[in-house]
Design a protein around this ligand. Structure first.
Ligand SMILES: *Cc1c(COP(=O)(O)O)cnc(C)c1O
Length: 231
């Protein structure tokens, strides 16, 4: 609890600003803001910064690199209810590290990764929430299953007893005008593949485009820069 009259730290003020953006974007399209989860993307930022944002009530943090996740999880092991979300490109040889820490992996992009992550989660006696990453942009640096590869990927995740299929994720193109198209395509793909009963979560929207993502149905937004500053 902050002392009355004490200055709010810059990080906490930024976090509150992002929460306000989410709230007004949700209200603007008649959605309940409680149905949009904020993942604070802390990659490249310090454990100290995460601790401060945690102190303001934030629990879900997103990391993109397996080793960095491992180090921060160790440094912050005293924060019992911190929730780690893995949002980076995951190679099978790093699945073991991620399976030890992540509650949610947003970036399952191949059947072989689903099998490996499932195996590693089972060895850790953990159940991991999995999102299938869909590639909707033509940029060669983007990862994800193509829409026509999505159904076999979803089935591969569902076959793993230690993974729980939760939804779809995409990385939008950097141009917000193109982002809207990608977000509405992700939402249509959900409808094509079983709707919200099978795929309750749509992880889409970042600092530049979270309002557009929420208007298109995002249930999870992943926000880094607006909270932690430039990387
Ligand atoms: C870094 C990253 C984000 C956060 O991006 P910002 O523009 O800093 O909000 C979101 N999602 C993924 C997958 C990322 O790698």
């Amino acid at each position: 609890m902050a002392l009355q009259g004490a200055p709010v730290s810059e990080l906490v003020a930024r976090l509150q600003g992002v929460r306000a953006r989410i709230e007004s974007a949700a209200r603007a399209c008649g959605r309940d803001p409680a149905h949009v989860k904020l993942v604070a993307v802390s990659k490249t930022h310090s454990a100290t910064a995460i601790r401060e944002v945690y102190g303001a009530g934030q629990r879900a943090f997103g990391e993109s690199y397996a080793q960095e996740l491992h180090d921060k999880a160790a440094q912050l092991a005293d924060l019992a209810d911190v929730e780690w979300h893995f949002i980076g490109h995951l190679q099978s040889n790093k699945a073991k590290v991620v399976a030890a820490h992540a509650r949610v992996v947003h970036t399952v992009d191949s059947e072989s990764l689903a099998r490996e992550l499932g195996k590693r989660a089972a060895k850790e006696s953990r159940v991991i929430e999995a999102l299938a990453e869909v590639k909707l942009s033509h940029e060669p640096t983007k990862h994800g299953a193509r829409p026509e590869e999505l159904e076999p990927l979803l089935v591969a995740i569902e076959r793993e007893p230690s993974l729980r299929l939760r939804g779809l994720m995409t990385m939008p193109p950097p141009d917000p005008d193109l982002a809207r198209g990608a977000f509405s395509t992700l939402s249509s793909l959900r409808n094509l593949h079983g709707g919200a009963a099978r795929l309750p979560e749509l992880s889409m929207g970042m600092t530049a485009d979270l309002e557009i993502a929420i208007a298109c149905g995002a249930t999870v937004v992943r926000v880094g820069t607006a909270i932690f500053g430039e990387r």
